[in-house]
Design a protein around this ligand. Structure first.
Ligand code: GUN
Length: 293
C-alpha cells in the first residue's frame, strides 16, 4: 500500500516557516510583504480561492490587498489597476485570479504585471527565466509539487518523470522544474500514443489533465511516486458531490510507492507557495537575501 503524502500538513509547516520569515523581516528591516489579489467577476470557485488567499496572507503576518471588480470591467480598466499596483511600494506580489471574463485578454494583463511582482510566475519573463535556469518567480502549483517530491525522494537526479498535461499553469512549468532537477522528462497529453505505456515508465508521475480518475493503477509502475494535481467535482452518493483527482486513488494506492490524496495533497501547497513567493519578491525588491530554511 502506497504512503499517502500529506500535503495539508506540509503546507501548514511551510506557512509557519513563511510566518517566521515575515516576522524576522519586520524586526530586522521594518519590511512587511504585501500581496495584492485581483478578482474580476463572481465565479464562485474563484471567490473561494481569493478569500482563502487573503485569510492565509494575513495569518502569515503579511498585508493583503483585495481588489474585486465587476464582470463588466474592461481590459483598459484592469490595466490601469495593474499599473497602480506595479507602482505601489507596499505591494510586492500581484495575482490576477484566472479565468478572466471574455472581453479581457489574459495574456495582455499577465504581461503587464511587473515580472518581479508576478508571484504566479506566469509572465513571459518568468517563463523564460524558469526555462533557462535563471532565478525568478516560479508558478505556485508546480513549485508545491516539486517541494513534496523533494521531501519524499530527496535527490531526483536521473529519475524518469512523466507529466501528463501540457498547460502553461502546471504541465509546462512542472516539466521545466523536473528537468532542472536532472530528471528525464516526458510531457504527455491528450494526443499521446500509448499513454498507458508512457506512464508505466515513470518513477515520478505527475497527473495534471483535469479528467476525473483518468489514470488507473495499471498505468503506474510499482513503487512510483504519484502527484495528483487534479481537483474535479463529481457526482457522489445520494446526490452529493465529491472531489476526486486525475488518478483513480484506490487502484493507484495499491501499486504506487507514494501518492498525494485529493483533497489534502497538492491543493493546500499552492497557497503556501504563493505566500513563499510573495516573501521572495519582497526580499528581492529590497535587496535582502531570501532563505526560508
Ligand atoms: N486560477 C486557477 N489557478 C490559478 C492560479 O494558480 N493562479 C491564478 N492567478 N489563477 C488561477
Amino acid at each position: 500500500m502506497a504512503k499517502k503524502i500529506d500535503g495539508k500538513a506540509f503546507a501548514v509547516s511551510l506557512r509557519e516557516r513563511v510566518g517566521k520569515a515575515v516576522a524576522q523581516l519586520q524586526q530586522d528591516h521594518g519590511l512587511v510583504p504585501g500581496l495584492a489579489v485581483v478578482l474580476v467577476g463572481e465565479d464562485p470557485a474563484s471567490q473561494v480561492y481569493v478569500r482563502n488567499k487573503g485569510k492565509q496572507t494575513l495569518e502569515a503576518g503579511m498585508r493583503s490587498f483585495e481588489h474585486k471588480l465587476s464582470d463588466a470591467t474592461s481590459e483598459t480598466e484592469l490595466l490601469v489597476l495593474i499599473d497602480q499596483l506595479n507602482a505601489d511600494p507596499d505591494v510586492h506580489g500581484i495575482l490576477v485570479q484566472l479565468p478572466l471574463p471574455d472581453q479581457i485578454d489574459s495574456h495582455a494583463v499577465i504581461n503587464a504585471i511587473n515580472p518581479d511582482k508576478d508571484v504566479d510566475g506566469f509572465h513571459l519573463i518568468n517563463v523564460g527565466r524558469l526555462s533557462t535556469g535563471a532565478p525568478g518567480l516560479v508558478p505556485c502549483t508546480p513549485l508545491g509539487c516539486l517541494t513534496l517530491l523533494k521531501d519524499e525522494l530527496g535527490d531526483l537526479s536521473g529519475k524518469n518523470a512523466v507529466v501528463v498535461g501540457r498547460s502553461n499553469i502546471v504541465g509546462k512549468p512542472m516539466a521545466s522544474l523536473l528537468l532542472a532537477e536532472s530528471c528525464t522528462v516526458t510531457i504527455a497529453h491528450s494526443r499521446t500514443k500509448d499513454l498507458a505505456d508512457v506512464c508505466r515508465g515513470a518513477d515520478i508521475l505527475v497527473a495534471a489533465v483535469g479528467r476525473p480518475e483518468m489514470i488507473p493503477g495499471e498505468w503506474v509502475k510499482p513503487g512510483a511516486t504519484v502527484i495528483d494535481v487534479g481537483i474535479n467535482r463529481v457526482e457522489g452518493a445520494e446526490g452529493k458531490t465529491r472531489l476526486v483527482g486525475d488518478v483513480d486513488y484506490a487502484s493507484v494506492e495499491a501499486v504506487a510507492g507514494a501518492v498525494t490524496p485529493v483533497p489534502g495533497g497538492v491543493g493546500p501547497m499552492t497557497i503556501a507557495c504563493l505566500l513563499r513567493n510573495t516573501v521572495q519578491a519582497a526580499c528581492a525588491a529590497n535587496g535582502i537575501s531570501f532563505d526560508l530554511d
